[in-house]
Design a protein. Structure first.
Length: 565
RNA sequence: CGGGGUGUGGCGCAGUUGGUUAGCGCGCAGCGUUUGGGACGCUGAGGUCGGAGGUUCAAGUCCUCUCACCCCGACCA
């Protein structure tokens, strides 16, 4: 490709809209263009890179035994209502009506459609296992699209769905995908960390995410440097600091005039926060929930949501709390009735806590669970933090950030049961098909690759996903010898089927070098009067500082070597 | 949805207490001089100042409404 003909221009100045590195570089390199919030056009260079990623993914899916198919974006909303996931996705689901006023959804994912498809094509255990996948545009009306290609509303996603006869089969499929995913990231030049994850609106049991580790990532990851434990903070557990075991004392009231927060009360009573009980109020699917947790620990809303099995969860407003007859600031689980009480398991150890008294300006001393109050549910609903104990080995947890570049789920049978996808086992008994699903966002993977592979000059494409391999860069093109050599070399390289971007512009060396760095093509080939004096050209790899001078007659061989590795 | 911010040629920005023909840099087109890390000169094209309404002799500038985009949070994966 000749740069003079290439659609897309580089920009010298930093785009004002972008403050994530991959977003800035993609815009400056003229590779993407924003159409609306979270909606982008891919220009030829970005599209080539995306297709490379797509092909790597396709090869790995095929190798793992996947069969590619294609399903529609446009899906009847009814299908989503059948599984109840229209509610789980909520406003994230793009919906529309056709001319007959039938409700449709733009698919945010395709479990419903494929389960229905499989239902019509699978009757027997002999038809299983199945690994089916598609690479498709999906739509999610994200509350807040951001960071360029990292969080968008329309995106290309590879989704593979596995169908097995039992858990054992699911585990095998899952492991095949784990391996395939590792291969994909490694081939894309993108180190990705496997972390335990929450399954969110997709639902299901076990779930793992693949994270590209970078401080600019929007997910927080808790990990243990001493063992393999790694989890998204949504899911992460930790060993909670244990309070000393004390002999329970009798309850007594204590005046706390004007003190309502845990911090104020613990300061005033000179008691550590870990000796207090905090009350937090949520509205879960419209109903007030009373959450009790130790004062020094925060509620993890994802865990709470999973514990409650609810779809919608938010903090209750002060008005809602007061309307329920609760004394805000001195709320107590003691003597409360008619409200669901959920406790973090942190309250089950220790004794003699400070808690609210359900009377203004008053708290209670020496509260003891379960002596003084009852709960409906006790579970781990605490936010884990770096510095706390690893649940696996007791080591000290650390944290970092990452971009979620893949997510895999053991779905189980809830979708197949709801949509009637059953099979007959060898004994003639009917069972729901056991499912899994495995997704990768291609555009996000591309952006993450840039986040992890760049310098202050521009992108440094990993060879496998670079839009082109070679940046052929003649200097002083008005010099006939340079021009002829460059044209001949371009023709030779094309004849060898090498992927070459030919900077045939009559620009100054500075402009060409800077564009070459910005575009990040892995191998730069310079032809100039200076190199031609030695009957050579200069090769410089984008990822290293050194250059090498290569005689003209060896250049093709040398480039092929560099591209093979 | 809550908070903050920005909308002025393709891009980045300036535009005072309202005052004539809306500027600058980059980029773009033409000509000439240059040339190993974003060269220089000359000439030129390119603008509904996000939109609507209002105040005023006069609005990019003031008022009201509205739209879009960005950031933080909520939410979502």
């Amino acid at each position: 490709m000749r740069i003079s003909k290439l659609f897309g221009k580089t920009q010298r100045e930093m785009p004002a809209e972008a403050d994530t590195i991959s977003h800035q570089l993609l815009l400056r390199a003229g590779m993407i263009h924003q159409v609306a919030a979270g909606v982008y056009s891919y220009l030829p260079l970005a599209w080539r890179a995306l297709k490379k990623i797509e092909n790597i993914i396709r090869e790995e899916m095929d190798t793992a035994g996947g069969q590619e198919l294609m399903m529609p974006v446009l899906q009847p909303l009814e299908l989503w209502q059948e599984t109840g996931r229209d509610l789980a996705f909520g406003k994230g689901l793009f919906t529309l009506s056709d001319r007959r006023d039938r409700k449709l959804a733009l698919g945010p994912t395709h479990e419903e459609v494929i389960t229905q498809l499989v239902r019509y094509n699978v009757q027997s255990y002999r038809d299983l296992p199945l690994l089916l996948y598609q690479i498709q545009t999906k739509f999610r009306d994200e509350p807040r699209p951001r960071a360029g290609l990292i969080r968008v509303r329309e995106f290309t996603m590879k989704d593979l769905y596995s169908f097995d006869v039992d858990e054992e089969g699911l585990n095998q499929s899952y492991n095949k995908m784990l391996q395939a995913y590792h291969n994909i990231y490694s081939r894309c030049g993108l180190p990705a960390l496997l972390v335990e994850a929450d399954s969110g609106a997709i639902g299901g049991k076990d779930s793992h995410e693949f994270m590209a580790i970078t401080e600019s990532g929007e997910d927080e990851i808790i990990y243990c440097p001493d063992c393999q434990y790694t989890a998204n903070t949504d899911k992460a557990q930790s060993i909670k600091y244990k309070t000393d075991s004390e002999k329970p004392l009798p309850l007594e009231e204590v005046a706390t005039p004007g003190f309502t927060t845990i911090e104020q009360v613990s300061d005033f009573l000179k008691v550590p926060q870990s000796h207090t009980l905090k009350a937090v109020f949520y509205i879960a699917d419209g109903k007030l929930v009373f959450v009790v947790i130790r004062g020094d620990i925060e509620v993890n809303e994802v865990k709470l949501k999973n514990t409650l099995h609810c779809i919608d969860l938010r903090l209750a407003s002060e008005v809602e709390v007061i309307d329920a007859g609760i004394v805000a600031g001195s709320a107590s689980p003691i003597g409360i009735s008619g409200i669901k009480i959920v406790a973090d398991d942190s309250i089950t150890s220790g004794a003699n806590f400070i808690a609210g008294a359900n009377k203004p300006d008053t708290h209670l001393r020496n509260v003891d669970y379960p002596r003084d109050f009852k709960t409906d549910i006790v579970a781990d609903i605490a936010q884990a933090h770096a510095g706390e104990g690893c649940p696996n080995c007791g080591g000290k947890l650390s944290s970092t950030h990452g971009i979620e570049v893949g997510h895999i789920f053991k779905l189980g049978t809830f979708l197949s049961e709801k949509l009637g996808a059953f099979f007959i086992d060898p004994n003639g008994v009917s069972h729901p098909i056991v499912m899994g699903c495995y997704g990768i966002g291609l555009g996000r993977l591309l952006a993450a690759a840039i986040e992890l592979n760049h310098d202050d000059k521009g992108i440094i494409w990993p060879l496998a996903i670079a839009p082109y391999h070679i940046y052929l860069c003649p200097l002083y093109l008005e010099n006939p010898q340079v021009a002829t050599t460059a044209e001949n070399l371009f023709a030779d390289l094309k004849a060898e089927c090498l992927e070459v971007l030919f900077d045939d512009r009559q620009e100054s060396p500075g402009v060409k070098f800077n564009d070459a760095d910005l575009l990040g093509i892995p191998i730069r080939v310079i032809i100039s009067p200076r190199t031609l004096e030695k009957n050579s050209v200069e090769i410089k790899r984008r990822s290293v500082k050194e250059t090498e001078l290569v005689p003209l007659e060896e250049i093709v061989t040398r480039l092929k070597e560099l591209i093979r590795v």
